[in-house]
Write a protein that binds this ligand. Sequence first.
Ligand code: FAD
Length: 544
Amino acid sequence: MQDTVASGRSQVWQQLRDNHFDLLVIGGGITGAGIALDAASRGLKTALLEQHDFAFGTSSRSTKLIHGGLRYLKQLEFGLVKEVGSERAIVHRLAPHLVVPEKMLLPLSEKRGLGYWLTSIGLKIYDWLAGVKAEDQRRMLTRQQTLRYEPLLRPDDVSGGAIYAEYRTDDARLTIEIMKTAQRHGAVLANYVRVEDFIYHDGRITGVKATVDTGETLEVHASVVVSAAGPWVDQLRERNHSRQGKRLHLTKGVHLVVAREKLPVRQAIYFDVDDGRMIFAIPRSRTTYIGTTDTNYTGTPEQVVTSPEDAAYLIRAVNATFPSVQLTLSDIESSWAGLRPLIHEDGKSASELSRKDEIFESDTGLISIAGGKLTGYRKMAERVVSLVIRKHFAQRSFQPCYTDRLVLMPQPLSHVQEAARYRKRLQDHLPMVPAEFVEAMVESFGTQCDIILSDVQQNATQHDVVLAITRFCIQYEYVQHLTDVMVRRTGWLYFNMPLVRESYLYVAACCQQLLGWTDEQRIREEQALLVLMREAADFHQQAN
Ligand code: FAD
């Protein structure tokens, strides 16, 4: 496989050099992936370049919810709630194994929050704007019912509650599945290729100069260049001398992961904290994760980490809400920190800034898109590609956008029962592998588990399956580094740190064999992973 992987990469670079593309997308997060899929499926000859791994930026560091954004209702952003709310059901249909319905508990307190009636009306409007099916619409709860749903809540602080519908996802896996679907529609995609500058002809952008992580350089030519560079959008606008008018305002959001038994909430919960913000605690496999913070950020987008202060803020919020829990910094198994690429508005604090997306066009033709939500990626892509076609390809005919019908997997598990039957079949096939691990694998890979397990015997252990997943990701999912596997293809560094500790040496050895690394490279890869592991969990050391 080593030759195939290496030659596959250089063939892609050759394709990038040899072709003239209709559209070149900079940035391999969910926004860039969505644009590449929309454009390629409508018939535009499309390429996409990502400087690190796909989903390296914000798109692997969100709260991992496909949600309507209840807090945006508070900011009276009805249009945003309606658009992303309605998108939830569509994205669920496109990737049912990966976008899973999740009921959210909203406890109410007499001291904080909106109170019973305002919440009841707010959630009703939320359901109505999002077109939620009758059986999934919000249900208001009495104090006793709320405490039965979540006995860990502080009884003297609960005045009632509500249950409403959201969806849980894995942001990085959603991004990678959109990328693979774009590739099936003819898009040429490359990770670890950084756009350094633009090529101009008669004052208009006609392509980009890029460097590959191997040191090679590429010139890629295209009729239109779109920057979907998330927190890096302004850096590219600067390079294009077009950073005028509106600009980005980056805010940092942190999530912590603890073992499920340390914070055994019965279902996802969205609770008020004393400073007026709201925080999620979401059970996932063997863990519960908690987030998020929202603070101004002025550092480099390349290296965003959880600080001991971020961690302490979230731990205080949890301990105040669930008094029997009493988490400490040493309970944190993992964490992640991401940047919201929001649009700056004078006089507004981090939490008050709109989450709406905006498109900027420069005089030289660079189109940049920033802001927005994971949940709204499809509509953002539709807007960008429609603009590109209207302005640059009006004389050619293209299909209208149909990504609402493009499933993100050849054989999707179309409903919850089907997923449960599929999971059961795999669990029966793998009696020696923990059921929880198989369940997480099905949520990550859906029916692609059949390909992963095609050369795995019935008496296989978890070790064998971990290697089979690694081989699959290398062969089909553009893996170049050990951290690509551990962080963005599997999420193990977030949700299964014990497995990362136990497996990283043999996963690295597998990567070495398939990607043709030298021993020195393998050691560098292991060390890079160890640094990430420390950054994600070791707050005492950082504090010293
Ligand atoms: P990114 O994912 O950052 O992608 C941009 C990419 O461009 C990066 O990978 C970067 O490496 C690449 N790039 C930059 N410069 C170059 C260059 N010169 N050459 C090549 N590549 C380049 N939304 C939801 O819907 N649900 C949620 O639950 C949710 N929770 C969130 C929680 C937090 C803490 C945060 C920060 C955001 C959350 N969001 C959520 C918002 C959502 O995650 C973002 O809107 C979305 O991920 C942004 O994606 P993007 O593709 O625009 O940016």
